[in-house]
Design a protein around this ligand. Structure first.
Ligand code: TXA
Ligand code: MG
Length: 341
């Protein structure tokens, strides 16, 4: 059985004990929940791969609470770089840098680089500080499924596989951190996330985007990007249009043509349907993509609990945060996307 505990002082002492005994504990972060373990212990890190059923060639992020801890892990952490990082940390940014030998090969999957993040969520940073080790933590879902943004979703995937989940409520952001490769100049975005190219361009003259994120048939530089991801059990169809009426019309048509299917509808508040359905969830306002990123994964999971056959999700414009959201949605849908304009 897996326990769910609130993050009070007594419980955090138990978390510390478990982590230092090489156990895996699910912890909240501002992006998604992570499956945390001692990032300097091969034994602990192997348990993460086992619990998630994660492919052996997909490296993990090491979460740190301060630059002193980070200094032990990477080469090239200059004062100038810290000034750049201070614009985004603590927060939803992961950077790729040259790894020092202290890091077990299980974390990096034998790459010469390592992913580092300094999260903002105070429960996460408290746990890293009290354990005083970097915490290796991938998203706390079973590999291939949508990430978990609350403790109940983590329990669904991890019950019986890990001893403890720390319940820090709903994640503020809801999609994973932006992965930025600092080993190239200009820096390259390997996974889009809450921070966008535009955010980095305020401090850098040029930022590249891994071509695999914008073109089919390229091998992504971030190993995790090549796997099928974020997929609920139900089939997913993404509908994209600037015109809410067109989306509403298309949904009515699909519902009428597929009366034998149980269909979930995940739509913007501005899209007014002229059909009735018990299986409608809100993505929030089309003008508030932060709300969309917050509810997307948990909504997909909720539709699975309702055992729908098909989930129709409204897509958004692929710019800024919308680019990151559509990166996840296209993977959830395995490319099943219809542009109505
Ligand atoms: O928001 C997040 O980043 C969450 C929370 C828990 O921090 N974590 C997360 O971890 O999303 P995960 O393991 O699901 O995704 C990490 C991504 C993977 O795509 C992985 O391939 C990539 O980072 N990555 C890790 N190390 C890398 C490296 N050395 N080079 C390139 N990509 C790397
Ligand atoms: Mg993940």
């Amino acid at each position: 059985m897996t326990k769910i505990l609130k993050p009070n002082k007594e419980n955090l002492t138990e978390v510390k004990k478990l982590i230092l005994q090489d156990e895996v504990v699910a912890i909240p972060t501002e992006t998604v929940y992570g499956l945390g373990a001692n990032g300097l212990s091969s034994v602990a890190v192997n348990k993460i791969f086992k619990a998630k059923n994660r492919p052996q060639d997909n490296p993990l992020i090491l979460h740190v609470s301060d630059y002193e801890m980070m200094e032990r892990l990477v080469y090239g952490l200059t004062d100038e770089l810290k000034l750049f990082l201070n614009n985004f940390w603590p927060g939803p940014l992961t950077v790729i840098m040259k790894a020092k030998k202290i890091i077990p090969k299980e974390v990096t999957c034998s790459l010469s680089t390592v992913a580092i993040r300094m999260p903002k969520n105070e429960i996460a940073t408290d746990i890293i500080s009290i354990c005083n080790v970097p915490i290796a933590a991938p998203s706390a879902n079973l590999s291939g499924k949508p990430s978990c943004t609350n403790a109940k979703d983590v329990l669904e995937d991890m019950n019986g596989k890990i001893p403890l989940i720390v319940d820090g409520g709903d994640c503020m952001i809801g999609i994973e951190s932006t992965v930025l490769d600092l080993t190239t100049k200009p820096y390259t975005i390997l996974r889009p996330g809450f921070y966008t190219k535009e955010d980095f361009l305020k401090f850098e003259d040029e930022i590249l985007i891994d071509t695999a994120l914008v073109k089919d048939g390229q091998i992504p530089k971030s190993p995790g990007q090549k796997y099928k991801h974020y997929a609920p059990k139900a089939k997913v169809l993404v509908l994209v249009s600037d015109d809410r009426k067109k989306v509403s019309f298309e949904i009515s048509k699909i519902l009428k043509e597929n009366k034998n299917l149980k269909i979930g509808i995940f739509k913007f508040d501005q899209t007014i349907l002229d059909v009735d359905s018990e299986n409608i969830l809100s993505l929030g306002s089309i003008f508030n993509l932060e709300q969309m990123s917050k509810v997307l994964f948990t909504g997909l999971r909720d539709f699975d609990k309702k055992n729908v056959d098909l989930i129709i999700v409204e897509g958004c414009k692929e710019e800024k945060l919308g680019f990151s959201i559509m990166n996840r949605l296209k993977k959830s849908a395995s490319g099943n996307i219809k542009y109505l304009d």
